[in-house]
Design a protein around this ligand. Structure first.
Ligand SMILES: [Zn+2]
Length: 70
């Protein structure tokens, strides 16, 4: 996306874009704390990056939320 605004409007544009991002993605209501979870195939247990469920590293789909992790 490319957006061109006057320099004086940068703050307002940033605020509006942040609001629209939260509104269109609903990410403000979503728990993103597991987003940085790394998938390590050597680990005995790993964590689904979407829901945080404990999953076996051999699993290709999270049994809790259905995210494809394999
Ligand atoms: Zn999951």
């Amino acid at each position: 996306m490319h957006l061109q605004v006057r320099e004086a409007d940068i703050q307002d544009a940033t605020t509006i874009m942040a609001r629209e991002f939260r509104k269109s993605t609903a990410l403000a209501d979503h728990d993103l704390s597991h987003l940085q979870a790394a998938f390590d195939p050597r680990a005995t247990k790993t964590v689904c990056p979407a829901c945080g469920a404990q999953v076996a590293p051999t699993t290709t789909t999270c049994p809790d939320c259905g995210l494809c992790i394999g």
